[in-house]
Write a protein that binds this ligand. Structure first.
Ligand code: NIG
Ligand code: FE
Length: 415
């Protein structure tokens, strides 16, 4: 039974929930901050939390003690929306956008998602895994300890399974907690350009049952947007996934208010993601459905296409999560501190809301908040120390990595 004691933490941000699965409304600003705190970890789980002067109970002789004076501690970040398994890169599209082309124009000319599909189909599972391992390690080094990863750059049965097997192997072999999402409905593959409903049939009749049988994904997601999957096509796919015991997410209202958030609420999806164009009806429906709104500030910044109405969502009582959406097209960054900085400078979120959004609410979007997303007794010991004077400084001083020590499931990681 190994013990680890972190003592003299200048500022401990617990993001404590007192047992709630998610933080919404005013509670999203409550971080449970403690000064001069100590945390005892035993067998990979938080065992005791106290302040200077309190005596931790039952200390063993072989305990490891870390003096965290001058550092702050936060729960490991939960990045609940990424596309981090892919081959190739798209800096030429970035340059085209700099020259005035839009994301949609580039996609219509055969670039966009389909160019990454081309590269990913050609890559072996081994190649994909090697690339993804490097990315997951780099994310850990920046404080992200839990990561959701979507398929969706295969778009045929074999290539989607190759991606999901790769994600599964990463979940077994990497330090990070990895959650797999099947996104066979990310775009229509070129083979089905003129028979879109037949592709939906393929997803519903062959891909989803196979994914469910082999338990290759915990979630199913759909890019519900005009030009991609219609509301009816998205509903068919998500209902089939639900029938097969797979939980739901939706890429919703990214390019226009196209019914995605309404559908997410109707199906009580775990999360509706993007929401740059959600309207007030959509906001009310998400609130009633208990669906997490996962906002992706890096995409709005990178594509320069407007920001989701975070303030309205939070004020309406919808729990807001932040994620990177890391992918080669619309956000080539997985820095959660950067996402928080953009959320505060462009979306009207407070630093406190941004931190809840990147920890406990991200965990809730993955249905993991019983075990992850806050520093509370009994939860998995994912805790990161930063060399900064206080938590606001972490978001304020952007574009640099302030991480000093990463502890995942109670293990100190060395890089
Ligand atoms: O979440 N919106 C759809 N899919 C991704 C972009 C993927 C890509 O461009 O490769 C997103 O932004
Ligand atoms: Fe995405």
């Amino acid at each position: 039974m190994h013990q680890l004691l972190l003592k003299n933490i200048s500022q401990l941000v617990t993001v404590g929930t007192g047992g709630d699965r998610v933080k919404a409304g005013g509670a999203q600003r409550e971080l449970g901050v403690m000064e001069n705190a100590s945390v005892l970890i035993e067998n990979g789980v938080f065992r005791w939390i106290g302040t200077q002067g309190d005596a931790p109970p039952g200390l063993k002789e072989d305990i490891t003690v870390i003096d965290a004076s001058g550092k702050i501690a936060l729960p490991g970040f939960v990045d609940s929306h990424t596309h981090l398994v892919f081959a190739g890169s798209r800096e030429y599209e970035f340059a085209m956008r700099a020259g005035g082309k839009t994301y949609q124009q580039i996609a219509e000319q055969g670039g966009g998602i389909l160019s990454t599909v081309h590269a990913t189909r050609q890559a072996t599972k081994r190649d994909l895994k090697r690339l993804a391992q490097g990315r997951l390690d780099a994310m850990l080094q920046q404080g992200t300890t839990t990561v959701e990863i979507k398929s969706g750059y295969g778009l045929d049965p074999d290539s989607e399974v190759k991606m999901l097997e790769c994600i599964h192997e990463l979940s077994e072999e990497q330090y990070s907690t990895v959650v797999a999402t099947f996104l066979g409905a990310h775009a229509f593959p070129p083979e089905f350009r003129d028979s879109r409903d037949s592709y939906v049939d393929l997803v519903c009749d062959r891909m989803l049952p196979y994914v469910a049988k082999r338990r290759l994904a915990q979630f199913c997601d759909v890019f519900c947007e005009s030009g991609y999957f219609s509301v009816d096509q998205s509903r068919r796919i998500l209902l089939r996934a639900h029938e097969l015991g797979i939980k739901l997410k939706v890429h919703a209202d990214e390019l226009a208010a196209s019914g995605g958030s309404v559908l997410a609420a109707e199906l009580r999806a775990a999360s509706a993601d993007h929401l740059e164009h959600i309207d007030s009806d959509g906001i009310a429906l998400l609130k009633n459905a208990g669906t997490v709104a996962t906002l992706l500030p890096g995409v709005s910044f990178f594509l320069n296409h407007g920001y989701a109405p975070a303030r309205k969502l939070i004020d309406a009582g919808v729990p807001v999560a932040l994620a990177s959406d890391f992918n080669p097209g619309s956000c080539m960054s997985f820095s959660m501190p950067l996402m928080m900085t953009i959320a505060c400078t462009h979306m009207g979120m407070t630093p406190e809301e941004a931190i809840s959004a990147s920890t406990i609410n991200g965990a809730a979007a993955l249905d993991l908040s019983d075990n992850y997303g806050s520093i509370e007794i009994g939860k998995k010991a994912d805790i990161v120390l930063y060399d900064v004077p206080n938590y606001r400084y972490l978001i304020y001083h952007f574009g640099t990595n302030h991480v000093s020590l990463i502890i995942k499931h109670g293990v100190i990681l060395e890089f």
